[in-house]
Design a protein around this ligand. Structure first.
Ligand code: ZN
Length: 294
């Protein structure tokens, strides 16, 4: 079995890993996902849990500070989280680092899970977010904010595939990245597409997301909204993001591995403590991070 699975014998002989529960996990594209893909993603998630537990034993990392709400609208919840995190209405420079600073463990999804956008879960009072690496930074930031929405609003569990939960997470994400007051004050009036392509850099969101938000806030009419989207699609900006922003790198793992390196501990050493191969550790856990070769 070890040969076929390319996992060390020790891994197969060890106690069962802690497992993420399907019920408590947000899978946006659940219906599109085969059960095999879902199991793969969850299995990668379980390795991430194991690594996270290992981190907790060795390092003092940021405490969990993610508010949980219910019976509030997504727009209000986004404002409450911003308040709790002292963000005011300022744009968010780096979503991944913001989540990390508040105790969320951010991991990447394995490369062969492209059908899956992102997912998140609470596990033993610790929030986890898994992001796809196959997207533009703008989309990835929106995914991160969307998953934060699930963590804040849908923490009570239950299958999160419902349309209502998805809509709530989307609204939370838009409000969190593009706060109402800031957009009203800063977004261009009677904008042409070129104005929006410039303006989106403030919030580091996709052009489409900003157009959508401005429409929702009543800054552009239905007619303008439709015209902008026709133009957007014609230019191919639904697939490719103009005026792209640089990718966001997690910092926690970089710091952890820098600290370990200074003690002469390599990625291979960590993998062997977790009873997995270095390749597996790198692939399933560190896709987002620039971990130097062991
Ligand atoms: Zn979702």
């Amino acid at each position: 079995m070890a040969d076929v699975l390319k996992f060390p014998v020790g891994f197969l002989e060890a106690d069962d890993l802690d497992e993420l529960s399907v019920e408590g996990t947000s899978f946006r594209s659940l219906s599109r996902l085969t059960s095999q893909r879902r199991e793969r993603a969850l299995a990668a998630g379980n390795l991430a849990l194991a690594f996270s537990g290992w981190l907790d034993e060795k390092f003092r990392l940021p405490d969990v500070d993610v508010p949980r709400h219910h019976d509030v609208t997504p727009e209000v919840a986004a404002a409450l989280v911003r308040n709790a995190w002292l963000l005011g209405e300022r744009p968010i420079a780096n979503m991944v680092n913001l989540l990390e600073a508040h105790g969320v463990r951010v991991f990447s999804l394995a490369d062969d899970c492209h059908e899956l956008d992102a997912f998140s879960t609470w596990h033993k009072e610790r929030p986890f977010v898994f992001l796809s690496r196959a997207k533009s930074t703008e989309r990835s930031r929106m995914d991160a904010a969307h998953e934060l929405g699930h963590l804040v609003l849908h923490w009570q569990g239950g299958l999160r595939e419902g349309r209502t939960h998805e809509r709530e997470a989307e609204q939370f994400a838009a409000a969190f990245l593009m706060p109402r007051g800031d957009v009203l004050a800063q977004a261009p009036r009677r904008p042409k597409l070129a104005d929006i392509i410039r303006a989106k850099l403030r919030w580091k969101v996709s052009v489409a997301a900003l157009v959508y938000r401005m429409h929702r806030l009543g800054m552009i009419t239905d007619w303008q909204y439709r015209a902008l989207f026709v133009e957007l699609s014609k230019e191919g900006y639904r697939e490719y993001e103009p005026n792209g922003v640089p990718p966001e790198q997690p910092q926690v793992f970089d710091k952890v591995f820098a600290a370990l390196r200074s003690e002469g501990v390599t990625l291979a050493d960590v993998a062997s403590e977790l009873l997995i191969t270095p390749t597996e550790l790198r692939r399933t856990i560190f896709g987002l991070v620039s971990v130097p070769a062991p």
